[in-house]
Design a protein around this ligand. Structure first.
Ligand code: DMJ
Length: 673
C-alpha cells in the first residue's frame, strides 16, 4: 500500500513498492533516501510503534540468540584448543620419550607418574573428536576431561600389557641376537652361558613379586621358612624397641640414630615384600605414609642415604606398584641434589636434607671414590621414572669424569677424589675393599641397567678386572685359596676385607651377561675363598678383615685374624655372592654354605628378646661379645639374599629383569633399544 503523504505529494511511482507503514517512509518524498540516519530513524519509529509485548518478545529472542552465540563460540574455542594441544603434545612426546630412551628405555613401564604426565602420552588417550559446536551441551570442559579419566584406567591396563609385550619381545629378540659368552669373546647364542633354568629346577609356582608374567607359585621350602622366621625375629626386636628409628640395639632394648629416618624400616621394605610378609609390610607402609618426613635439619651421607633410602623406596615402588614410595623417592632424591654443587661436580659426602646445603667431611675436601660412583643406579632410575633428567645428568657426569682421570693402575682406582679439583688423591693405594668396592660393582651394573650400550662403563669394568688379576690376586697356603689382596705403593698386602666378597657375585653376573669365560672361573675360586673366611673361623662367621698366609706354616690355616679385625657386622657380601653363584650354576653346595652361615648367625648373633646383633669376636664361640647393634643391611640385604639363595624360583627377582643396587634393592633393567 502507498502512504497518504506520498499520494498528496504527487503521482505514485508504481515502480516502487514500500513495505513501510508511516507517511514519511513513502518512497518518492525527496527521492529515494537510503542513508544510515534515515534507516536508523525509520527503525526507531517502527520499534516505537510496537506493543510492549512485541518488544519484550523480540528482546527475549535477541538475548537468547546472543547466549547461544557465546556458548557456541566457547565450545569451538575449546575444541580447537584441544586439537591444537593434542598435536603439541604429540610433538612433545616424540621429543621427550626418545630423549629419555636415549639412554634408558624401560622393561617396566615408567609407571604411574600419577596423573601429571598422562597428557604427555596422547597416543594412549581415547579422546574423541569434539562434537560440532551446535550439538554440544553443558560446559565444554567436561567433554574434554571425561576421556582423561577413562584414559587413566586404560593406561593402567595398557601398562601391564605393554610390560608383558616387552618381555615377550625381549625374549624373542634374545634368541636372535649374537651374545658374548663367559666362555670367551663375542659368540652366537648356541655357544652362550647355559641358561640357569636348565640347571635349576623350573619354578612350579609364581612368586608373589612379578605377578604379571608368573606361572605357578613356587612353594616356599624349609630353608626359606627359616629365613622368614629369622626375619620375623629381627623385626620383632625392631618393632618392640626401635620402631621408626634407624637401628635396633637389641641388648639394651633401645635404638641408635644415624640420620633419624627409620633406616632399618626403609631398608627392610622390599625384603618384606619378597618374603611375602604382608602384615609387616602394611604396618611399615603406614609409617612411611604418616611419619617419614625428609624436611629435617639433618646431615646425611649422600651414598648411604642413596643406596638405602632412595634405593629402598624405588625398589619397593617397583615391587608393590604403590606410588607412595615413588613420591617419597622423589622427595629424598631432590633433597640430595645439593651435594652435586661443587667446583668439580664430584659430589660432597654430606647433605643437609632440610636446609639444602652440602659439604665434605670436616677434615678434608675429598670424597670417597666408591661413594661418588655408587649412587648412579638409583639416580638414573629416578630420572627414568620422573622424566626429570637432572638426576641422571648429575651422576652420569661423575662417571664420565672418572672415566677420563689419570691415576688409575690398570683400571684400578685410588680411594679418594677431591671435590674441588676433581682429581684422585692419596694415589698409589688400590683395594677392592672399603672405599673402592662398589665402584667396580656399579660399572658393571650400570652397563646392565642401561641395556649394555654404555661402552665406557664396560671398558672401565673389563680393564679393572684385568687390573685385579694382574696386581691383586694371590694364593694362600696351605689350601691355595685365591684371594684379592691390596696394593700400597707397589707393595702387595695379603689383607682382604669381607666387603670384597661382593666380587664373585659381580663377576658371575658379568659372565651371565656375556662377559669373558674366565670371569666365571675366577668367581668360582673367589667364592670358595669367601666361604673359607667363615668355615676356618671358630664361630663359623667371617671377621671384618682377614690376612691370608702366603707361606705354609705348621698348624696355621690360610686365614689369620688380627684382634682389631675380628668383629662381624652381619654383613651380606658372601651370601650375596652365594646367591648369584647358585642362580647361575645351580650347584647346591652354594645353598648348603649359605645354610651353614644362617645357622651360625642364629647360634652366635641372635638375641632372645628380639633382633640380631653384631659381635666383636668371631673367634670365641663361648663369648662372641655382642656389640648391641643390628645394622639395617641385615634386613635389607643379608636375609634377603639368604631367602633368594634358598629359592629355586629363577623368577623370584629374575636377574634378566632386575639389577640389585649395592644395598640389595632390585631395580629394573631398561629394555635394550
Ligand atoms: C652395605 O651398606 C652395602 O652393601 C655397601 O655396599 C657396603 N656396606 C654395607 C654392607 O656390608
Amino acid at each position: 500500500m502507498y502512504s497518504g503523504a506520498a499520494a498528496a505529494a504527487g503521482p505514485p511511482r508504481r515502480d516502487f513498492i514500500s513495505v513501510t507503514l508511516g507517511p514519511e517512509e513513502v518512497v518518492g518524498v525527496g527521492g529515494y533516501n537510503n542513508s544510515k540516519a534515515w534507516r536508523r530513524r525509520s527503525c526507531w519509529r517502527k520499534w516505537k510503534q510496537l506493543s510492549r509485548l512485541q518488544r519484550s518478545v523480540i528482546l527475549f529472542l535477541f538475548a537468547f540468540l546472543a547466549v547461544c552465540g557465546v556458548i557456541s563460540y566457547t565450545s569451538m574455542g575449546e575444541a580447537w584448543k584441544s586439537i591444537t594441544n593434542k598435536s603439541l603434545d604429540d610433538q612433545r612426546t616424540e621429543q621427550e620419550i626418545p630423549g629419555l630412551k636415549l639412554a634408558n628405555p624401560a622393561v617396566l613401564p615408567a609407571p604411574q607418574k600419577a596423573d601429571a604426565n598422562r597428557g604427555d602420552y596422547p597416543e594412549l588417550s581415547p579422546q574423541k573428536p569434539p562434537k560440532p559446536p551446535h550439538v554440544r551441551r553443558g560446559p565444554s570442559n567436561l567433554q574434554i576431561k571425561a576421556p582423561r579419566r577413562d584414559m587413566r584406567l586404560k593406561t593402567r591396563h595398557d601398562t601391564i600389557r605393554t610390560a608383558e609385550e616387552l618381555v615377550q619381545a625381549d625374549k624373542a629378540e634374545k634368541t636372535e641376537k649374537s651374545i658374548i659368552s663367559w666362555r670367551g669373546a663375542v659368540i652366537e647364542p648356541d655357544q652362550s652361558t647355559e641358561p640357569p633354568s636348565s640347571k635349576i629346577k623350573e619354578p612350579k609356582k609364581p612368586s608373589s613379586v612379578e605377578a604379571e608374567d608368573q606361572k605357578e607359585p613356587v612353594p616356599i621350602n624349609e630353608r626359606q621358612l627359616a629365613v622368614i622366621e629369622a626375619f620375623r625375629h629381627a623385626w620383632k626386636g625392631y618393632k618392640d624397641f626401635a620402631w621408626g628409628h634407624d637401628e635396633l640395639k637389641p641388648l639394651s632394648k633401645s635404638y641408635s640414630e644415624w640420620f633419624g629416618l627409620g633406616l632399618t624400616l626403609i631398608d627392610a621394605l622390599d625384603t618384606m615384600w619378597i618374603l611375602g610378609l604382608k602384615e609387616e609390610f602394611e604396618e611399615a607402609r603406614k609409617w612411611v605414609a604418616n611419619d617419614l618426613v625428609f624436611d629435617k635439619n639433618v646431615d646425611v651421607n649422600l651414598f648411604e642415604s642413596t643406596i638405602r633410602i632412595l634405593g629402598g623406596l624405588l625398589s619397593t615402588y617397583h615391587l608393590s606398584g604403590d606410588s607412595l614410595f615413588l613420591e617419597k623417592a622423589k622427595d629424598i632424591g631432590n633433597r640430595l641434589m645439593p651435594a652435586f654443587k661443587t667446583p668439580s661436580k664430584i659430589p660432597y659426602s654430606d647433605v643437609n636434607i632440610g636446609r639444602g646445603t652440602a659439604h665434605p667431611p670436616r677434615w678434608t675436601s675429598d670424597s670417597t671414590v666408591a661413594e661418588v660412583t655408587s649412587i648412579q643406579l638409583e639416580f638414573r632410575e629416578l630420572s627414568r621414572l620422573t622424566g626429570d633428567e637432572k638426576f641422571q645428568k648429575a651422576v652420569d657426569e661423575v662417571m664420565k669424569h672418572v672415566h677420563t682421570l689419570s691415576g688409575k693402575n690398570d683400571g684400578l682406582v685410588p680411594m679418594f677424589i677431591n671435590t674441588n679439583s676433581g682429581q684422585f688423591t692419596h694415589l698409589g693405594v688400590y683395594t677392592l675393599g672399603a672405599r673402592a668396592d662398589s665402584y667396580y660393582e656399579y660399572l658393571l651394573k650400570q652397563w646392565i641397567q642401561g641395556g649394555k650400550k654404555e661402552n665406557e662403563l664396560l671398558e672401565d669394568y673389563m680393564r679393572a678386572i684385568e687390573g685385579v688379576k694382574k696386581h691383586l690376586l694371590q694364593r694362600s697356603e696351605p689350601k691355595k685359596l685365591t684371594f684379592v689382596g691390596e696394593l700400597a705403593h707397589g707393595h702387595f698386602s695379603a689383607k682382604m676385607d669381607h666387603l670384597v666378597c661382593f666380587l664373585p657375585g659381580t663377576l658371575a653376573l658379568g659372565a651371565h651377561n656375556g662377559l669373558a669365560a674366565d670371569h666365571m672361573k675366577l668367581a668360582e675360586t673367589l667364592i670358595e675363598t669367601c666361604y673359607q673366611m667363615y668355615a676356618q673361623v671358630e664361630t663359623g662367621l667371617s671377621p671384618e678383615i682377614v690376612h691370608f698366609n702366603l707361606h705354609a706354616q705348621k698348624g696355621h690355616k690360610d686365614v689369620e685374624i688380627k684382634p682389631a679385625d675380628r668383629h662381624n657386622l652381619l654383613r651380606p657380601e658372601t651370601v650375596e655372592s652365594l646367591f648369584y653363584m647358585y642362580r647361575f650354576t645351580g650347584d647346591k653346595k652354594y645353598q648348603d654354605w649359605g645354610w651353614e652361615i644362617l645357622q651360625n648367625f642364629n647360634r652366635y648373633t641372635r638375641v632372645p628378646t628380639g633382633g640380631y646383633t653384631s659381635i666383636n669376636n668371631v673367634q670365641n664361640p663361648s663369648n662372641p661379645e655382642p656389640r648391641d647393634k643390628m645394622e639395617s643391611f641385615f634386613l635389607g640385604e643379608t636375609l634377603k639374599y639368604m631367602f633368594l639363595l634358598f629359592s629355586d624360583d629363577i623368577d623370584l627377582i629374575n636377574l634378566d629383569k632386575y639389577v640389585f643396587n649395592t644395598e640389595a634393592h632390585p631395580l629394573p633393567i631398561w629394555v635394550p633399544a
